[in-house]
Design a binder for this molecule. Structure first.
Ligand SMILES: Nc1ncnc2c1ncn2[C@@H]1O[C@H](COP(=O)(O)OP(=O)(O)OP(=O)(O)O)[C@@H](O)[C@H]1O
Length: 348
């Protein structure tokens, strides 16, 4: 045990020194890790706050000096990651500064062996964890629709902000939506983001996380990044209100077959919400509801202005589902429903 603690400390010694040289204090508290990165809790020093206006003004409003330090090992990451995706992530975060629902990049610096991104801290975990925790707590699948609406509005606002600045995210998924101390959504992980100028330029890199990826990308066609993001938003909303993913297969061809078979709702979701999800999960990219219409869709309006009718494909099915959920919950087996999905890409 002692030796493993020493190993961890040893491994962090250089990052601690490198951060200190840049006026940050790196703690040993790891708050997350990705395929090629580790994220630690850090603190901005007094000197840093005096130098960096962006950071100081944001932290002053939050009333603390904590930041998230994302450390990328250049030696471990594939060369393409450091050459292509990391610069894109930094560029996208700089372009999308500053929106309350997009994570803020305060600063980035690099040494020979590591790249550092100093980010706004979102300390309440990600949306996937939140859905699972709430499902367990409610002993039911997914979030309450009012809660889902509150979060989805912020997600839509963040994505609209990115699109209006010429940035498509291309890896929208529950794991990339973080929550901060006050429960605000913070869109993160712009590693696959791309600059889209002109706005409707077609892209060809296959990337994303299969369960959230639009069919045209799975088919390796040229695609419109904004329309591909709309598909992912449909998957996210489905996951929020049902606690499950709409389509889940390992192989793209099987996924495509499943998508073609169409969407089913296996638990109670309002008619309006089902309709919004259907409008986003359209096979034909140009048929997907655009963000302006998503934001003004009746389900997105405050709940007092519409009447929700909990509907299922059939009423019998609904009561069966409910009974099954209740039985499961009684047995104390309210399961973790969603699992993390790793990203993949190729540049063909
Ligand atoms: N600003 C932040 N505040 C709090 N936690 C964070 C922050 N940024 C990242 N994390 C945590 O670290 C994890 C990894 O970060 P991120 O997704 O940016 O890295 P990545 O290498 O691009 O990951 P992946 O390979 O999973 O896409 C996140 O899932 C999250 O738990």
């Amino acid at each position: 045990m002692r030796s493993s603690i020493r190993e961890v400390d040893q491994g962090l010694m250089d990052p601690v020194k490198e951060c200190r040289r840049n006026d940050y204090l790196l703690s040993s508290k790891k708050i997350g890790s990705g395929a090629f990165s580790k994220v630690y809790l850090g603190y901005a020093t007094h000197e840093k706050l005096l130098q960096n206006y962006k950071l100081a003004s944001d932290l002053r409003s939050k009333g603390h000096a904590m930041v998230a330090v994302k450390i990328i090992s250049i030696a471990e990451a594939p060369p393409e990651y450091s050459r292509k995706f990391l610069p894109r992530e930094i560029y996208s975060l700089n372009v999308t500064y500053k929106h309350v629902n997009v994570i803020q990049l305060y600063e980035s610096f690099q040494t020979e062996s590591r790249a550092y991104l100093v980010l706004e801290l979102a300390s309440r975990g990600d949306l996937l964890e939140y859905i699972n925790v709430m499902s367990d707590r409610r002993e039911s699948y997914g979030l309450e629709e009012g809660d889902a609406r509150r979060l989805f509005r912020q997600i839509v606002s963040a994505v609209a902000h990115c699109h209006s600045h010429g940035i498509v995210h291309r890896d929208l998924k529950c794991e990339n939506i973080l929550l901060d101390e006050q429960g605000f959504v913070k869109l993160t992980d712009f590693g696959f983001a791309s600059q889209c100028t002109p706005r409707h330029a077609m892209l060809k890199t296959f990337c994303g996380s299969a369960a959230y990826t639009a069919p045209e990308i799975l088919m390796r066609k040229k695609y419109n990044g904004e329309q591909a993001d709309l598909w992912s938003l449909g998957v996210i909303l489905y996951a929020m209100v049902t606690g499950k993913l709409p389509f889940k297969e390992r192989q793209p061809c099987k996924m495509l077959r499943m998508i073609k078979r169409g969407l089913t709702f296996r638990c109670a979701v309002s008619q309006e919400c089902q309709e919004l999800i259907q409008c986003l999960l359209q096979w034909k990219p140009s048929a997907r509801l655009d963000l302006q219409h998503v934001a003004s869709h009746c389900w997105m309006l405050p709940s007092s202005t519409i009447t929700f009718q909990k509907t299922l494909n059939s009423a019998g099915n609904q009561s069966e589902q409910r009974k099954a959920q209740e039985r499961e919950a009684k047995r104390g087996r309210a399961r973790i429903l969603l699992v993390k999905h790793s990203k993949r890409w190729d540049s063909s």
